[in-house]
Design a protein around this ligand. Sequence first.
Ligand code: NAP
Length: 268
Amino acid sequence: MRFDGKVALVTGASRGIGRAIALALAREGANVIVNYSKDDAKAREVVDSAKSLGSRAIMVRADVSNPMQIEEMERVVREEFGRLDILVNSAGITFRRPLEEVPYEEWRRVMEVNLNGAFYVMRTFFKLMADSGGGSIINIASVAGYIPMVGSGAYSPSKAGLIMLTELAAAEWAEYGIRVNAVCPGPIETDMLREEFTEEQLEIRKRLIPLGRLGRTDDVVKLVLFLASEDSSYITGESFIVDGGMAVSYYLLMEKLFKMGKKILEQP
Ligand code: NAP
């Protein structure tokens, strides 16, 4: 199997995209570390599923925004496995609010988890990964790191920062055999999306996506596995959008709006 004998840490792996990535890596032979911050029961379910796939899986509760907890997680991984080959930074949060109403504390929290958290984890695990002969880091950013996602406060800035962090680390760590890439999903059907938007809003979004559907965790997983594997051994510092064509649909949306134009012009 593709990842036989490899050790993979996935942050934010108790639910959603991180969970799907952890299980896919386990299915292909990796021993996985399931990181999460709150929900022990959900993390345990992921570990049990990974074990049933033959993975030597463990769960580690650690808030990625807390460097001391990350250091403790590194100690556990070092003790349990003695190496790290694949690191996927998937832990992330978002809030919906107009920019002028975003409380400073909420802004700081989103930056802490989405951007600083990824940095703390990368920095803390750098040595173990370098000592393992290198590896692959995949940061789950967002298409919102390229296109300002209105009403989501610090989310877009945090993901834009994560894309640049990816490029910086790729340049600095290539000499250690560590590749660093980012995956930038559009709307993917997970708790995060369902908490952010109503059913009606999701239906509208779905209809505006050129490929005609919301993304599934599997759409992200396939790319992550490619970036984690030797198949991408000459690729580093890149960011890949997985959004059903959403990011390139500006003029397509214009065309649709032109057709609805009369209604819009009727509005004050
Ligand atoms: P989700 O369903 O809300 O799951 C979030 C995961 O992150 C959970 O396992 C959660 O565990 C964990 N987590 C949250 N805060 C954490 C922290 N401080 N430390 C450690 N773990 C933490 O989210 P998702 O939709 O799978 O999103 C995963 C990633 O993809 C995020 O970075 C998100 O920004 C990005 N993304 C998602 C979409 C989308 O449409 N879903 C689109 C673009 C990008 P606990 O519950 O235990 O805290």
